[in-house]
Ligand binder design. Structure first.
Ligand SMILES: Nc1ncnc2c1ncn2[C@@H]1O[C@H](COP(=O)(O)OP(=O)(O)OP(=O)(O)O)[C@@H](O)[C@H]1O
Length: 255
């Protein structure tokens, strides 16, 4: 299916959002060291939608992603994942929802050094109670999707930074993740591999997932259905595509 065709079918704005941020704020520190990292952000991401978040360094992009994934708690406001306010869930249920529904690709890769690539990718499913054989089979599929199935038996220390990053991306996508949160996911990758990763992210969204992609690069943001801009902890523009990003698009996808 062409990208133009995929966009016609997605995102499904009529469906309930996969992710909703309501009045989201986060303040760090006190007194002179107080920083208002986010200052009341409202945002909804629909099934099928790939949303790009851009903005200057320090504008709150990473903070927003951490809060959206329940890895940090907001000072004000709410985060709803598939309609559930994650702040109201007991800790164990919150952890289960994160494992089942949310995939993270952060700059800090956090692969477990004592586990092979395959074991790292299978881990979230195994923690969730999936039988080991099924979890590893799904992990193999995810590694293949990212094009690193040949690394399955390798340990993180025996991989390059780019290979580790691709394994971390496979771990974020394994299973039926409805929400993928990616913070500069192509950082350590050459441009062809980076594009391939974005293609996978796009395909996941076209299959019904929602994704939030923090990026500094307009050519990566051009894969998104919508781009929002953060400045000083506030969303300053939620109007859709920029002309700059639009101009990077061709009929069948970004170059
Ligand atoms: N754990 C923390 N403790 C104190 N201040 C923090 C913390 N995390 C973020 N901040 C501050 O909050 C603000 C927003 O940071 P954040 O990392 O979210 O920005 P960003 O837009 O992702 O930046 P970059 O593009 O450089 O990654 C910055 O002023 C940062 O110093």
């Amino acid at each position: 299916m062409s990208r133009a065709g995929a966009i016609a079918a997605h995102p499904d704005k009529a469906a309930a959002p996969v992710l909703e941020l309501r009045g989201l704020g986060r303040t760090y520190g006190k007194g002179e060291t107080r920083v208002e990292s986010l200052r009341g952000v409202d945002l909804a991401v629909a099934p099928g939608e790939l949303l790009a978040v851009m903005g200057p360094s320090g504008s709150g992009k990473s903070t927003m992603l951490l809060l959206a994934g329940g890895l940090d708690a907001p000072t004000t406001g709410e985060v709803l994942v598939e309609g559930t306010d994650i702040g109201r869930l007991p800790r164990r249920k919150q952890a289960a929802l994160r494992r089942r529904s949310v995939g993270y690709v952060f700059q800090d890769l956090n692969l477990i050094p004592a586990l092979t690539a395959l074991e790292n990718v299978a881990l979230p499913l195994e923690l969730d109670g999936r039988p080991v054989r099924k979890a590893r089979s799904a992990a193999r599929d995810a590694l293949a999707e990212i094009g690193v199935d040949d690394l399955a038996e390798r340990f993180p220390d025996d991989m390059s930074g780019g290979q580790q990053q691709r394994v971390a991306i496979a771990r974020a996508l394994v299973g039926e993740r409805r929400l993928v949160l990616a913070d500069e996911p192509t950082g350590a990758l050459d441009s062809a591999t980076g594009e391939a990763v974005l293609r996978v992210l796009r395909a996941r969204c076209d299959a019904g997932a929602a994704a939030v992609l923090v990026t500094h690069e307009a050519r990566h943001a051009a894969w998104a259905d919508r781009i929002v801009f953060l400045r000083d902890g506030l969303l300053v523009d939620d109007t859709g595509r920029t002309d700059a990003a639009e101009s990077l698009l061709t009929r069948d996808g970004p170059r």
